[in-house]
Design a protein around this ligand. Structure first.
Ligand SMILES: *Cc1c(COP(=O)(O)O)cnc(C)c1O
Length: 411
């Protein structure tokens, strides 16, 4: 049996223990949902106050130059680049993940003509599927969306595929794809790859360039700690940047936005993947979120992520072995993102009871309890206390109260 003292000892030895102080975690809360909304960094409130009061309130429109608001997308992109294994001129912050997927998928498809097949998996995150379906609706016969199951992917990589669009860490099961192997297989048949890193970046060591990725997108509000609705980012490998043109050709992606020319001319590099004016408040908060990674080795982040998830699974088997949970994520940490998921027929009320008692995870229909472990602020003892609480709720059947069956709009 693993004891609470064992977990406290692991925290003492944790090389990342010091980064928890970079966050404001409420007392009495064990937060296991940093994979959906990262916790608040201690510096964010003061930064946003400053952007509002001094930069906006005092300097007004002069702040576009004086505070370099105009440079925020590229500046924030330069902070994201090392977290994903990209060169600093290969990532830029912009828009939302959904919109960035639309822009890059459309650009890739145009580049790959006359090929017209986008290959994806049916387990992909819904917005990824919906955006690709929308692109299909717009382009009609110029695109064919081929959606196959995860284990049919390699088989479906035929010479007509233009683009392989996948989510690196599965949002529900936490399974990760072998990015290098899929990039190699895709390139062999002349396809490009587009990776959604939403549940990967900030939780593991990523190496887009070493692994040969072409394109990527991802969220700012999950492990990157950018705050609710934070801007997203996109990555375009340097070799492709000037070959791709995206369809949301707004003025911020123009080579000279303040020439106010009447003809679109794309900027060089990643700037051409911008569309409209950057969301300054959101970008400033994302920049603070990314500072929580200063001086940190992503290899250590990945090692801790694997250890926290492994500990959770081990404790669940020890303490809740007969409670009816089915482990629905890979047990091998090398195949799993920084999350675990358990399936249970009463998953929804169990998760609501847990949240009421201060252990915050989330629920994904129809029956999945999901627990994310943001390595920068989750302690081993938190995992112990969370599983102990889960076991207590099951033993005393506290999840049976009627109030835990009421479904909220966001689960
Ligand atoms: C969270 C997430 C998104 C979210 O996209 P938004 O445009 O921010 O709503 C997209 N894709 C994946 C894989 C995600 O996990």
């Amino acid at each position: 049996m693993t004891t609470r003292e064992d977990c406290l000892a692991m925290d003492t030895k944790d090389p990342l223990a010091f980064t928890r102080a970079r966050f404001r975690i409420p007392d009495g809360v064990i937060y296991l949902d940093g994979n959906s909304l990262g916790a608040l960094p201690v510096t964010t409130s003061a930064r946003i106050d400053d952007v509002i009061a001094r930069e906006w309130g005092g300097d007004l429109i002069r702040s576009w130059n004086k505070a370099d608001w105009i440079g925020l997308p590229a500046r924030v992109g330069r902070r994201i680049a090392p977290l994903i294994g990209a060169g600093e001129d290969e990532a830029i912050a912009a828009d939302s993940t959904s919109v960035n997927l639309f822009k890059l998928a459309a650009a890739a498809l145009k580049h790959q003509a006359p090929r017209r097949v986008i290959l994806t998996e049916c387990e992909n995150f819904p917005t990824d599927l919906y955006v690709l379906q929308g692109l299909g609706g717009l382009l009609g016969s110029a695109v064919e969306l081929r959606t196959v199951s995860r284990n049919g992917l390699i088989h479906a990589l035929t010479e007509d595929v233009a683009l392989v669009a996948l989510t690196h860490t599965d949002y529900k099961t936490g399974e990760i794809h072998d990015m290098a192997a899929i990039n190699t297989a895709a390139h062999k048949i002349g396809a490009l790859t587009l990776w959604d890193l939403s549940h990967s970046a900030g939780a593991m060591e990523l190496a887009l360039n070493r692994d040969g990725a072409d394109l990527a997108i991802g969220c700012g509000y999950k492990y990157l700690n950018g705050g609710p609705g934070a801007p997203a980012y996109l990555f375009v490998a340097r070799r492709l940047q000037d070959k791709l043109v995206q369809p949301l050709s707004g003025w911020m992606g123009h080579a000279a936005p303040f020439d106010f020319s009447d003809r679109y001319r794309p900027a060089n590099g990643t700037l051409r993947f911008l569309s409209g004016t950057p969301v300054v408040l959101g970008m400033a908060a994302l920049e603070e979120g990314l500072k929580t990674f200063d001086g940190i080795s992503m290899r250590e982040v990945e090692a801790k992520a694997g250890a926290l998830g492994g500990l959770f699974l081990c404790l669940t088997e020890e303490q809740c072995g007969d409670a009816g949970f089915v482990i629905a994520c890979p047990r091998d940490s090398a195949k799993r993102g920084s999350q675990v998921c358990l399936r249970h027929s009463e998953g929804y009320p169990i998760m609501q009871a847990l949240i009421t008692e201060g252990v915050i995870g989330d629920f994904r229909a129809p029956d999945t309890l999901r627990f994310g472990f943001a390595p920068l602020y989750t302690r081993y003892v938190d995992v112990f206390d969370a599983v102990a609480k889960l076991s207590e709720i099951i033993r005393h059947e506290r999840w049976r109260e009627d109030r835990f069956r009421i479904r909220a709009a966001v689960t």
